[in-house]
Write a protein that binds this ligand. Sequence first.
Ligand SMILES: C[C@](O)(CO)[C@H](O)COP(=O)(O)OP(=O)(O)OC[C@H]1O[C@@H](n2ccc(N)nc2=O)[C@H](O)[C@@H]1O
Ligand SMILES: Nc1ncnc2c1ncn2[C@@H]1O[C@H](COP(=O)(O)OP(=O)(O)OP(=O)(O)O)[C@@H](O)[C@H]1O
Length: 296
Amino acid sequence: MDPSTQILTEQAHAKINLYLHVTGKRPDGYHLLDSLVVFAGAGDSLQYQPGAEPLHLELTGRFGQTLGADAAGPDNLVMKAAAALRSVSGSSAHVQGGRLVLTKELPVASGIGGGSADAAAAIRLLARAWQVDVPVGTLMHLAEKLGADVPVCVASQTARMEGIGEHLSAAPHLPTCGMVLVNCGQAVSTPDVFRKRDSAFRERAILPAEWKSAQDMANDLARLGNCLEAPACEVCPPVRTVLSALAEQADCLLARMSGSGATCFALFPSAEDARKAAHALGAEHPSWWLWGGALA
Ligand SMILES: C[C@](O)(CO)[C@H](O)COP(=O)(O)OP(=O)(O)OC[C@H]1O[C@@H](n2ccc(N)nc2=O)[C@H](O)[C@@H]1O
Ligand SMILES: Nc1ncnc2c1ncn2[C@@H]1O[C@H](COP(=O)(O)OP(=O)(O)OP(=O)(O)O)[C@@H](O)[C@H]1O
């Protein structure tokens, strides 16, 4: 096959905030954060087939229709990422049109950075396809302008995230563990949750260089928290039900909300334990979106 028309794919893994401390607020209203971010095996996927036609996006997958009528238009974060990348691509890049297909498997506006992960996947995919040769710093700056969660999603690897999301540093070495994700089906607006937050700012966490077991990690994380959990429960009361249901599962080590919600996660000793718990929860709550497995 001609390499210039070959279909390329990138995964857009769900971003999970294992803890999330709001440590301050900037004069422009954005909040300063301290968070340990990991990526779950669950995710959207983005395909690109280069072609002569103008670049366009098609949506498919379980949540492909939930984004609304203009979902595949220029406001989709994938198209915004493509436009931003085009604007920094030098004359040596092979910028082309063609067809992007986003398979949307992550619930929308759910605290697991679906749109951010999609934008980040678009940056990785198109930078590769178009042979964009710019410094990583330029790509990260471009990512930051698309959304606070986009820089960490570009790397798509466990990281400590600070600033408003743009300062990334090494995270503790994580032990093997399993994770369950649950979303009750109610979209939650990130700005609404930040607006409702009225607790005191929390301190920056002290983290070890590594956790030797999932239990050790859960014990340390239990002393930390998600400062957006209480305001998200006000905006979306079913979050409380989801957290209780997760905590009741056999072998659950920790149950917490991710980001601004409403998706909650639970940690388990293994991916197999997590899959079993997701299966049990699915039988009890057929309307919930559920995923269980290993970290990405
Ligand atoms: C809460 C997190 O999910 C944690 O990972 C992210 O910080 C949210 O990242 P995001 O959805 O990419 O956020 P953006 O799209 O940049 O911002 C949406 C809105 O959330 C609020 N926002 C976001 C990030 C941040 N550090 N402080 C904020 O106050 C602002 O009101 C902003 O207008
Ligand atoms: N590709 C996309 N996928 C999801 N949402 C998108 C996309 N493009 C634009 N959006 C818009 O972004 C908003 C936030 O969606 P997203 O799923 O990223 O939220 P989130 O999971 O709460 O993100 P975060 O955890 O970063 O706050 C949606 O309400 C939607 O209007």
